[in-house]
Design a protein around this ligand. Structure first.
Ligand SMILES: Nc1ncnc2c1ncn2[C@@H]1O[C@H](COP(=O)(O)OP(=O)(O)OP(=O)(O)O)[C@@H](O)[C@H]1O
Length: 482
């Protein structure tokens, strides 16, 4: 659709773009990212011939861009820019209607049914029905942005160029506009090139990203190839963390504030454990990085409340998470900040241990064995037969990346299996050695302010400590049962 070859642009005395080459196919949604002043807007403006190149060539539909008349170009390429005044009518409808001008020829510019249809469609898509008779001058920044977008879209161009189209929009309208653009580009074999400051939105919506730095195209690739820590840090001069999106196979960037207020030390303190008949509750001053299989706070997160709640052997809830949230709230514990689990074991049988060397560690365990299971031998059954569960908490004063937290889970689980083996705990149905109970829970929390330990597998110093301590605390908790 568009081919750019060796493009350079001078503005005044200065070379703003240098030797840029890329191409855009039909149906592609391209994002341009880069720091302030890197030339993103200049590039978009040059694609409309707003700026004249000092070198290189731009072709559109296989013909040089400058071989089209202004009128032809206007109907093929539409630019929504922050840096130019859009033609404004009095009302929203009039302003959008002006976008159809690109399709009018000759002196008798009759308004057609197609014009009306395009305008009404854009008004509906952008949810502007209630604004059509409002004066554009009275609209908010975001509302005006949607009107300007509607005016651009009714031009029905082959190529749509958008310069920061979402910067004034709230998150709902950002999503709606980008969802709309995606449908528009995919269903009608057109192309879109959009300048983004929001790298995450660019990565979510674009097929490819162009990265500009100092007027040069430093990288052209799929979002997952662009969202690499070294590249983003080099271009934006600030360190990102790249994480997977929670539900889509896409990458996202996270930023960490440099403020020292967020870097305070947290130590592990046994005095902040409260043990009552109802629950074991541990509260840390600062949130810990956690990996857990609890009822609330499961997965990877940050939490400062840890709850092992006593329930009767007959506890039965169809919605244990909601029921647990109510329990936490009733006890003044914010459910969103709590890793919680349940046990039918008497809370007084809890085992607690604090270790200082080599790494400070706090361990808390309760162990019921009524439903000890050997899942390798026993056929699967849905119903739990006897209550009983091993709940294990391990808190470490160290900085563990997520992969080390996962390794710590493996290390600790292997130690639990060995403990049950050495204790001769058996699955009552198969009479073979159990690996755990059917409902065991685990949380590992790290203060993230101690020494940085990249790995926590069984071959590491921290892994060896985790395994030994987990083995001992489980054995102690099993021994504590009345
Ligand atoms: N008419 C002009 N004459 C001289 N220099 C210009 C002109 N227009 C823009 N520039 C300069 O060109 C460089 C690139 O500007 P441009 O607006 O393309 O950057 P950008 O990447 O879109 O920036 P931002 O993220 O801040 O919007 C900047 O240094 C800018 O000052």
């Amino acid at each position: 659709m568009i081919n750019v070859e060796g493009l350079s642009v001078n503005l005044g005395e200065k070379e703003i773009l240098h030797d840029i080459s890329f191409s855009v196919k039909e149906g592609e949604f391209i994002g341009i990212i880069g720091p302030n002043g890197s030339g993103k807007s200049t590039l978009l403006q040059t694609l409309t011939q707003w700026n004249k190149p000092s070198a290189g060539a731009i072709s559109l539909l296989e013909k040089p861009l400058d071989s089209y008349s202004m009128k032809e170009r206007a109907s093929l390429v539409a630019l929504l820019s922050q840096h130019m005044d859009h033609s404004l009518g009095q009302t929203v409808r009039e302003t959008i209607q002006l976008g159809r001008y690109a399709h009018k020829r000759g002196i008798f510019q009759q308004w057609t049914e197609e014009d009306e249809e395009q305008v009404n469609e854009a008004i509906a898509w952008l949810k502007l029905q209630n604004y059509t008779n409002r004066a554009v001058s009275d609209l908010s920044g975001g509302e005006r942005q949607r009107v300007a977008f509607a005016q651009t879209i009714v031009q029905n161009p082959k190529v749509l160029l958008l310069d920061e189209p979402i910067n004034h929009l709230d998150v709902r309208y950002q999503k709606e506009l980008l969802d709309y653009v995606t449908t528009w580009v995919k269903e009608s074999s057109r192309s879109v090139i959009t300048v983004f400051h929001d790298i995450n939105m660019a990565a979510l919506y674009c097929d490819r990203l162009l990265v500009l730095q100092g007027g040069k195209l430093v990288k052209d690739g799929k979002p997952e190839a662009i969202l690499q820590q070294s590249l983003i840090e080099a271009v934006f001069e600030t360190k990102p963390f790249i994480l997977p999106h929670a539900t889509l196979p896409k990458s996202q960037v996270m930023w960490t504030p440099s403020s020292s207020y967020l870097q305070e030390e947290t130590s592990l303190d046994t005095t902040s454990i409260t043990i009552t008949e109802t629950m074991i509750h541990y509260h840390t001053k600062k949130k810990l990085r956690t990996i857990s299989s609890g009822i609330t706070g499961a997965g990877i997160g940050w939490h400062s409340h840890f709850v092992n709640r006593h329930v009767t052997p007959y506890y039965d809830s169809e919605q244990p998470k909601e029921e647990m949230e109510q329990f936490l709230q009733a006890h003044g514990i914010p459910f969103y900040d709590a890793v919680s689990m349940m046990t039918a074991v008497d809370i007084e049988d809890v085992a607690v241990k604090k270790v200082e060397e080599p790494y400070p560690m706090l361990l808390v365990a309760t162990a019921g064995l009524g439903d000890a299971i050997d899942p390798v031998t026993r056929p699967c059954r849905k119903e739990m037969q006897n209550p009983g569960t091993i709940n294990l908490w391990i808190f470490v004063h160290a900085t563990l990346p997520d992969e080390a937290l996962l390794q710590a889970c493996m290390t600790v689980t292997e130690a639990k299996v060995k403990a049950l083996h050495d204790l001769g705990v058996k699955d009552s149905e198969t009479n073979t050695i159990a690996t755990g109970t059917a409902t065991d829970s685990l949380v590992i929390g790290a203060t993230q302010t101690g020494p940085r330990l990249p790995f926590a597998g069984t071959g590491t110093e921290i892994g060896s400590q985790l395994a030994k301590q987990a083995y001992e605390i489980i054995a102690k908790a099993v021994g504590n049962r009345g």
